[in-house]
Design a protein around this ligand. Structure first.
Ligand code: ZN
Length: 378
């Protein structure tokens, strides 16, 4: 019997290795957006940046970016940037990371175990960038198309031994060092214990639309729109991510005391989720939307002249390959070889003062260490 099971298991493996498990998809005629061409006037300068914007394309490897580039007529704001690096993403206990361990590495500058949110291998809380840089007067914000308790955004305000501890993660929010958040969702928030909801509402002016006039005068803001507004683009999300990115920048910029600067984390969360489901077209549409959020950050960096923007990913998802297509028609064919994450290093793009610090090969935790150093030395 044991032998039969082993033979059956080997047969399934062989089918997978023979390519029976790969999923093909294609995209053509995606809405085109014009990329933003930076001025490069502050790019690579040696001045210490006042503000830093970290943008994380969840699950975004080279093929996800390349698919967007070819689907968009061979242009992206991403690919207009000139300082490029390569980030390795392994966690402390696995070659292939999850979003919690990599989010924690990006948020806290330390490797930890898969599923950990803002805690170390001993499950002890470790300080995140917003908690560290506030000592230097720098204020912070978080924007994501995931629920706020998703592993990546949570790593920037919560400290819990497991990413699945949703109520505990929300429970960390009132004591967080962030001043602005925009993420999913009204429905998720309303499922939390009443006491947690009240604590969050005491710490933040909670609104359910980016257009709420209360945002203009509030000291701390939490935007939790209805779930559809942070759901997939193919399911009706419109411009939430670029709009929230610009709003977060304007909110933080106008509330920094003594011009001390800000830190903002922006996550394009659904590139990963679409790749988990092997939905190629959806993944590319999410990448194109993330690129428009990148454009907002780069435009601000040009207006401000003293803002560094760092764009990378927490890991690659689905082993995506660009299989073929016809770039002249915006047609791209993609192949997913898995429904999970891979250990493939991910590209990094940087723009602004000290962008040159981020070129070359580095670990995800080193990206955070460099950001902390820059925000603490000014
Ligand atoms: Zn994932």
């Amino acid at each position: 019997m044991k032998k039969l099971v082993l033979i059956a298991a080997a047969a399934v493996l062989a089918l997978n290795l023979n390519g029976q498990n790969i999923v093909k998809g294609s995209i053509e005629g995606a809405p085109h957006h014009q990329s933003y061409m930076p001025t490069y006037s502050s790019d690579g300068s040696s001045r210490t940046p006042k503000n830093i914007i970290l943008m994380i394309g969840d699950g975004t490897g080279l093929a996800q970016i390349a698919s967007g580039y070819f689907a968009n007529g061979e242009e992206l704001t991403y690919t207009n940037l000139k300082h490029l690096g390569w980030v390795t993403t392994k966690s402390a206990d696995a070659f292939t990371t999850d979003s919690a361990a990599s989010g924690t590495a990006y948020a806290c500058g330390q490797k930890t175990y898969n599923h950990a949110v803002g805690v170390n291998l001993e499950k002890k809380p470790i300080p995140n960038i917003p908690e560290i840089v506030i000592a230097n007067g720098v204020i912070s914000g978080v924007v994501s198309t995931d629920d706020l308790n998703g592993a990546t955004p949570a790593s920037f305000f919560a400290h819990q031994p497991n990413r699945g501890m949703t109520n505990e993660i929300w429970g960390d929010l009132p004591g967080a060092a962030i001043r602005y958040f925009a993420a999913g969702s009204k429905e998720v928030f309303e499922k939390r214990p009443i006491a947690t909801q009240k604590d969050v509402q005491r710490a933040f002016t909670v609104v359910h639309s980016l257009d709420d006039p209360a945002i203009a005068t509030a000291q701390n803001v939490g935007v939790l729109p209805p779930a559809v507004e942070t759901g997939y683009i193919v399911d009706g999300r419109t411009d939430f991510l670029p709009k929230a990115t610009r709003q977060a920048i304007d909110f933080l910029r106008t509330r920094t005391e003594g011009d001390k600067g800000f830190f903002l984390m922006v996550e394009g969360a659904r590139i990963d989720k679409a790749c988990h489901s092997n939905k190629f077209e959806s993944a590319v549409r999410e990448l194109l939307d993330f690129d428009q959020a990148i454009a907002e950050a780069i435009k601000f960096a040009d207006e401000d002249g003293n803002t560094l923007v760092v764009i990378s990913a927490d890991h690659e998802t689905s082993g995506l390959a660009v299989w073929g297509g016809d770039p002249s028609k915006g047609n791209v064919e993609g192949v997913h070889v898995s429904g999970g994450h891979t250990a493939l290093p991910v590209p990094l793009f940087a723009y602004g003062p000290h962008a040159q610090d981020f070129i070359g090969v580095q670990g995800n935790e080193q990206v955070a260490q460099k950001i902390i150093k820059l925000l603490m030395e000014k």
